[in-house]
Design a protein around this ligand. Structure first.
Ligand code: ADP
Ligand code: MG
Length: 448
């Protein structure tokens, strides 16, 4: 028996299902829902939670990873493994693929008792939260501990006890560990045996990070224990993505539904964006959905292009929604400057308008440096473009900012800020006037 424990973290909801509305037709049976499977053989194969049978084009990484897991089969103390690479490059998929093989193959050996605990740290911020979840994953329903209220040291005590009670080899996978702000658990887990905290259990930690800088920021003592075996997953190029999409497309779509240019185009966009397989698969699904909505039986290049625009809009909206209030104020200032024909504009020239907007919204303006951080964040989200300029003979460089996105799209995600600050002249034509709520009006802006 090889129990696999999969902790579902309530905070990491990836699949945003809308609610279902159930209509009941009492009188006469009326058909509301009909199968429309002309396009898809298995649409679920394109979803995030689908695990492919084979991984394409990751032979080298898989070989290294497999070798790093070999001690488990040999009945030895497992290695601690650290995987890193951008999002969507197959880290989670490779881990699940290899661990499921490892569990099957370990079952052939009577003297190996392997447990795998898989925890996604999205939504978790501290070692404390992780440790309590690990404890609960090892306990029965009736013996769960509260996720607050204990000293950290006692939670570790419980964890060691429960791990020893489980015994055998325990692999703990902490996926997306970059969400965790302190490294205590990353130090404690790998060293538990050496520190005499564990007697029977052999524990191996697999840490997975989407963030390159995470590794560099680890303290040397954590680095040396966690990063015993490091495996880097590079971004995919268009050719890799094509192979992945072809494999997935065969499962998801009926034969001859995808016209020839669809997969190469999805792959090309994916490579241009970030070499992210998730994004490319999402795009393929969006294109398929658009074709299905239109009730056509072929997915075309045009569906991909439209799908890309729709996804892009969704991403930008989400990005803007995730900004802080000052992020919104900085963006509003830049947006109006851009519409006034002032962009590209330097940070110091954004400042007067930002300050004025902050005052109108009854907020204390941030210091220039913090305001600049917000401009950089906007650039990272792809909402704002940045260009470096030279100062001329006096040397030195400076940065200029401009809007890099559709005005209406940005505004639609920022209406709360507009309400708070008031409608600036430059956006008046975009905003339907409904001036009954007493919010500041156009005149308030004439001086900035
Ligand atoms: P990461 O964990 O690095 O963010 P994932 O493992 O979640 O990336 O991969 C993103 C998506 O792309 C998943 O749906 C995964 O199944 C798929 N995928 C990634 N790499 C491959 C590959 N080499 N072959 C097949 N599918 C892949
Ligand atoms: Mg992942």
């Amino acid at each position: 028996m090889f129990p696999e424990i999969f902790i579902k973290n309530e905070n990491s909801g990836h699949c945003g299902h809308g609610g279902f509305i159930i209509l009941v037709a009492y009188q006469r049976r009326m058909v509301l829902f009909e199968r429309d499977n002309e396009i898809y053989r298995d649409r679920d194969a394109l979803r995030e939670d689908y695990q492919p049978d084979e991984l394409v084009g990751r032979d080298e990484e898989l070989q290294t990873y497999q070798a790093a897991l070999q001690p488990v089969i040999n009945g030895e103390q497992p290695n601690n493994i650290f995987l890193y690479g951008k999002t969507g490059v197959g880290k989670t998929a490779a881990t699940k693929y290899l661990l499921s093989h490892l569990r099957e193959d370990a079952a052939q050996y009577d003297d190996i008792d392997l447990s795998v605990i898989f925890l996604n740290c999205d939504g978790l911020t501290s070692s404390y939260q992780i440790a309590t979840r690990l404890v609960n994953s090892l306990r029965s329903e009736a013996n769960q501990i509260s996720t607050t209220g204990y000293p950290l040291a006692s939670v570790y005590e419980m964890l060691w006890e429960d791990l020893d009670a489980r015994g055998g080899t325990v692999l703990v996978v902490l996926d997306e560990i970059d969400h965790v702000n302190d490294d205590s658990i990353l130090y404690q887990l790998p060293r538990a045996r050496a520190n005499g905290d564990l007697e029977t259990a052999k524990i191996g930690l697999i840490g997975i990070s989407n963030d390159f800088s995470f590794r560099d920021d680890l303290s040397p003592k954590v680095k040396s224990s966690l990063c015993e075996q490091e495996i880097h997953f590079p971004a995919y190029n268009a050719e890799n993505l094509r192979a992945i999409l072809e494999q997935r497309g065969d499962v998801a779509f009926h034969d001859d539904v995808l016209s020839d240019e669809v997969i190469p185009l999805c792959a090309a966009y994916g490579a241009k964006d970030a070499g992210d397989a998730r994004q490319s698969i999402d795009l393929l699904m969006k294109a398929g959905d658009l074709a299905r909505d239109e009730e056509t039986s072929v997915v075309t290049e045009e569906h991909v292009r439209r799908g890309r625009r729709a996804l892009e809009r969704g991403r930008i909206k989400e990005g803007i929604n995730g900004l802080t209030e000052h992020g919104h104020l900085v963006l509003y200032a830049l947006l109006t400057l851009d519409l006034d024909g002032e962009a590209p504009v330097r940070s110091r020239d954004v400042r007067p308008r930002y300050t004025r907007f902050a005052e109108l919204a009854n907020r204390d303006p941030l210091v220039p440096r913090r305001m600049r951080d917000h401009l950089s964040e906007l650039a990272m989200l792809g909402i704002v473009s940045v260009s470096e300029r030279n100062e001329g003979r006096r040397g030195g460089t400076y940065r200029e900012y401009a809007l890099d996105m559709d005005v209406e799209l940005i505004l639609s995600a920022m209406m709360e800020t507009v309400e708070l600050v008031g409608v600036h002249d430059s956006i008046a034509s975009y905003v339907e006037e409904d001036d009954t709520d007493g919010s500041p009006t156009l005149e308030d802006f004439t001086e900035v």
